[in-house]
Design a protein around this ligand. Structure first.
Ligand code: SAH
Ligand code: SF4
Length: 349
């Protein structure tokens, strides 16, 4: 029989399991706290459980679906990237960014990605498979354990690592629900942000969820012909459809959407394109996040020069579109946006 992956279970499933094992009802709460408050790495650490239960958990259950393979720190020491093995040969990366007051974790929802945006290292590497709930959560508990040793904690989580979270909707949402549980990890929905390439059915589904996590949409182009090239999924969900779903989302949730726009030299960074972008977002509760494109190996695209980034941003500001330029983080260890790719040694510099 396959071992039970504890991190795959909802609290109710954990309760059912432990009751089947003849344990009292409150045991599930105890184990839940060990998993998501104290980040136990092995059942032996769960010292307030009876020895017999610890022994049974050790033989029949697992709580480590990920094995860390390598960890890299950026030269400035603010960014750390860890490569994990998933046990079946698949690999993913997760990144911790330390800011003055925040510790933001960027996690993966798929090994690889099937969307294939040509400027993104994950897309260039192809698609392996969806992650399970436990594999998503284990990236969080790994870093939370590391931070707890320094008496600090994860303050924000962004679903912006490898993969398209809305293409693995069920597992991603189960992870969000678990992290949001006040009796467990207890991270407020507002401290989590999900970034999507623009899968319309997923955005519609998100607008009905009770957990109001932040939504970021990767736009990158203000018109269909260019977006078809940069974000191939645009052929299936073109801009009118996508923007319609975004408007409905804002109406349903009253939450602002963040639009990500990676500036590529001579491709999508002209003043005219900034005006087109402002037209597209007119009347929408929106915010634009400009990301100077990070370099990847196989991509013909280059990041825009700083003066162009400033000029593009100035047009948006003049058109009253709230805009920020995202700080570059961890570029020296290829931990920046779109640089995550698990195949080491092959074009991964
Ligand atoms: N699949 C999702 C989430 C992961 S990518 C999505 O595409 O939104 C997270 C963000 O990094 C996206 O906005 C993506 O467009 C951006 N990105 C990808 N490659 C990049 C690169 N080379 N430089 C800067 N941003 C990049
Ligand atoms: Fe996939 Fe997002 Fe990269 Fe596009 S940008 S290939 S959707 S991970």
């Amino acid at each position: 029989m396959d071992p039970i992956q504890l991190l795959d279970l909802t609290k109710e499933e954990l309760q059912t399991l432990l009751i089947e094992w003849g344990e009292p009802r409150y045991r599930a709460d105890q184990v839940w706290r060990w998993l998501y408050r104290r980040f136990a790495a092995v059942p032996e650490e769960m010292t307030d459980l009876p020895k017999s239960l610890r022994a049974r958990l050790a033989t029949e259950a697992h709580l480590d679906p990920l094995t860390p393979l390598t960890t890299l720190d950026s030269i400035d020491g603010h960014t750390r990237k860890t490569l994990f093995s998933l046990g079946d040969g698949a690999q993913v990366e997760a990144v911790l960014m330390r800011y003055e007051k925040r510790r933001t974790l960027c996690i993966s929802t798929q090994a690889g990605c099937a969307v294939g945006c040509p400027f993104c290292a994950t897309g260039q590497g192809g698609f392996d498979r969806n992650l399970s709930v436990g594999e998503i959560l284990a990236q969080v508990t790994f870093y939370a354990r590391m931070l707890a040793e320094k008496e600090t904690r994860v303050t924000n989580i962004v679903f912006m690592g490898m993969g398209e979270p809305l293409a693995n909707y069920a597992a991603t949402w189960a992870a969000i629900r678990c992290l949001n549980d006040p009796a467990g990890f207890g991270l407020g929905a507002r401290a989590m942000t999900l970034s999507t390439v623009g899968l319309v059915p997923g955005i519609q589904r998100m607008s009905h969820e009770p957990e109001r996590v932040g939504l970021a949409v990767s736009l990158h182009a203000p018109a269909d012909d260019l977006r078809d090239e940069l974000v191939p999924v645009n052929r299936r969900y073109p801009l009118t459809e996508l923007m319609g779903a975004c408007r409905d989302y804002v109406t349903a949730t009253r939450r602002r959407i963040s639009f990500e726009y990676a500036l590529m030299d001579g491709v999508n960074d002209s003043d005219e394109q900034a005006h087109q972008l402002a037209d597209l977002l007119k009347g929408l509760l929106a915010h634009v996040n400009l990301i100077p494109l990070n370099p990847t190996h196989d991509s013909p695209y280059r990041g825009s020069p700083e003066a162009r980034v400033r000029a593009f941003s100035a047009v948006l500001e003049a058109r009253s579109v709230p805009t920020t330029v995202r700080l570059r983080r961890g570029i020296d260890i290829r931990a920046g946006c779109g640089q995550l790719r698990a195949r080491y040694g092959k074009g991964n510099g």
